[in-house]
Design a protein around this ligand. Structure first.
Ligand code: ZN
Length: 227
């Protein structure tokens, strides 16, 4: 990471800017407000343009047309060029969604609840309601915990497709990004339009990992803006 942030913009042919901070937020475990400010500065963004969701591991997605703080939302979608979408994660999957024809952007937080639940379907259906053809969508599943490091209980494991699971000496391990990919394919997205990061937040010291660092884990901030 030469820049102070990860940059996935090339996945979207640089038509939008999709970036994410690493583990820098560990250094300032102060307030969420300060962490946001610091993350925005690292990514060279102005906070007054950013839409921040207050995430609760729900499947609630909101359509936004201005910046600010949005309560009870685990995903935001916008068509406004002025608005920068944001998200915070530490092992959960940041899902970047872009309609290359309508220029609509979505940024969704998917932990095991959202992944096995309906947050992906809700987000994609929101796009469709606003006129999106699923063939125009490009999705990037960003850095997240990998299957080898994501042990889940049997009751959570049963919510996943078998192909997203690994069983080892009666323990279950789940692959969030594999499960999300299956859901996106079910929703009609072409396989070629789904891109998946191979970065594991648990293994990569420059990433934040709740499973690795527990309560002291920082948060990685993802941002998505019109290029
Ligand atoms: Zn891993």
């Amino acid at each position: 990471m030469n820049k102070p942030f990860l940059d996935f913009s090339d996945v979207f042919a640089n038509r939008i800017r999709a970036v994410m901070t690493g583990n820098q937020t560990r250094a300032f475990s102060s307030s969420l407000e300060e962490a946001r400010q610091e993350a925005a500065t690292l990514c060279r963004l102005q906070t007054d343009r950013i839409a921040f969701p207050l995430q609760t591991h729900s499947d609630i997605v909101k359509w936004v047309s201005h910046s600010g703080i949005f309560a009870d939302a685990d995903g935001l979608i916008t068509q406004s060029a002025k608005v920068v979408l944001s998200l915070q994660v530490a092992d959960c999957v940041p899902v970047f969604i872009y309609d290359r024809r309508k220029n609509t952007r979505g940024l969704i937080h998917a932990g095991w609840r959202g992944t096995t639940g309906s947050i992906t379907a809700r987000a994609i259906n929101y796009f469709i309601d606003k006129g999106t053809d699923v063939h125009d969508l490009i999705v990037y599943l960003g850095p997240a915990i990998c299957r080898d490091h994501y042990e889940v209980g049997a009751e959570v494991a049963q919510l996943f497709h078998k192909s997203s699971l690994k069983k080892s000496s009666s323990r279950f391990y789940a692959d969030l990004r594999s499960e999300l990919t299956l859901k996106l394919l079910e929703l009609g997205l072409p396989a070629n339009n789904i891109h998946v990061s191979d970065l594991c937040t648990y293994e990569e010291p420059k990433c934040c990992s709740y499973r690795r660092d527990g309560k002291t884990a920082g948060r990685m901030f993802a941002f998505m803006e019109d290029a």
